[in-house]
Design a protein around this ligand. Sequence first.
Ligand code: PMT
Length: 396
Amino acid sequence: MLDKKIILAITGSIAAYKSAILARMLVKEGAEVQILMTPAATSFISPLTLSTLSKRPVFSSVSAEDAWNNHVEMGLWADAMIIAPATANTLAKLSAGICDNIVASVYLSARCPVFIAPAMDLDMWKHPATVANVEKLKSFGNHFLPVGYGQLASGLIGEGRMAEPEEIVASLYRHFQGAQDFSGKKVLITAGPTYEPLDPVRFIGNRSSGKMGIAIAEGFAERGASVKLVLGPSKLSAKHARIETTKVQTASEMHSAALKYFPGSDIAVLAAAVADYRPREVADQKIKKSEGQMTIELEKTPDIAAALGKIKQPGQFIVGFALETNNELDNARQKLERKNFDFIVLNSLRDTGAGFNFDTNKITILHKGNKRKDFELKTKAEVAQDILNEIAAFFK
Ligand code: PMT
C-alpha cells in the first residue's frame, strides 16, 4: 500500500500519456493523487481523463474562474511531488526558480520530496543547459528518475524517454519503505574481465568493462544489502559504502575469492566475463619473436559458476549471465541447467547497444521451466534494477 498524498505534475510532452497510467497505478496502490498540469500539458492529454482516473479535479492554472488554487496549501499537503514528464523547459524554470505556472509554483512551495522524471529528445537531454539544470536541481535534493533509452517521438534513438510508470511507483515505494528490501542480505557479485598472463607483458583477456556487474553491486547496496564485489581488471570502481571490493586479475584468483565469500552469501550474481582457457605455461621473461609460427597451449580455467552451483545450499540463490553471439536461447538454457543457476540473464552481442562496454544493455531473463521475460534496451543501472526486482520476487 502507498497510502500517501501525492501531487502528480504533468508538463507538455508526448510522454504525458504515460502519466495517465501512472495516475491509475498510484490510485490503485492506495495513494490520494492531486494532478497539476502546465497549460502545454493540456494539449497532450485531457484534464477530464486525468480527473476521472484520480477522482479529483485537475488544476492547470493558479486561478480559475473565481477560484484560487492555493499552491502553498498544495505544496504543504503533499507527502511527495512527482513531476512526470518533466520537459527541458520545466527543468530550466525549476532550476531558476521561475514560477509562472501552477506546477512551478507548487514546486517552489513544496516541502516534501520531489521526484522528477525528465522526458525530451536526446539532443535536448544532452545539451549543456539541460545538463547544468539537472545538476542544479539534484543539488537542491530533488530525486531524478533515470531517463530510458530507446526510440523517441522524433524518431531518433537514444536517451530521453520518460521512466516507465512501474519504475516511478517502485522508486516511491523504495523512498517511503526505505528501499531496503535487501537489507540484511549478503550478496556476492563477480564483474569485469579476467586477464590470463602469457608472459610478463602479454595476456589473454576480453572486452568486459565491469559496468554491468558494478551497476548490480550498486543497486544491491542502495537497497540495503552488504555486497562483496569480486572485480577483474577494470578501470572502474564501485562507490557505495556497503560494497567491499576484492580486485583480482585471473580466473583462478576470481575463483578463490568467490569460493571464500560464497558460503556466507544469500545471493550470488555472476556477471564477470571469465576466461575459459589460460596459457598452460607462463613465461618468466618476455617471449621473443622467432622465425615461423608460434603455438600456445591452453588449459581450462576453473568454472566459478559451476563450482558455486555444486556447493549451493538451500536458501542460497545464484543468478548467472550468458553472453552469446548465436543460438542464444538454447545456449543460455543449457548454462542455466548445467551451472545450477536459479535464473540466467541472457545478453546477445547481436543486439545493438548490448553487452561489453556500452552504458546500455538488452537482456532476457530465463527461468527454469521455460519461463522467459524480455526487456528493452536500457541503461545498465536500469537493467540492474530489473534483475534485482526479479530476485526480490523470490525473496518476498
Ligand atoms: O562488463 P561490461 O562491459 O558491462 O559487460 C557486461 C557483460 C557482457 C560482461 C555481462 O553482461 C555478461 O554477459 N557477463 C557474462 C559473460 C560471460 O562470460 O558469459 P558466459 O556465457 O561465457 O558464462 C556463463 C556464466 O558462467 C557467467 O555467469 C559467467 O560469469 C560464468 N563463468 C564462466 C566461465 C568461468 N570460467 N567461470 C564462470 O563463473
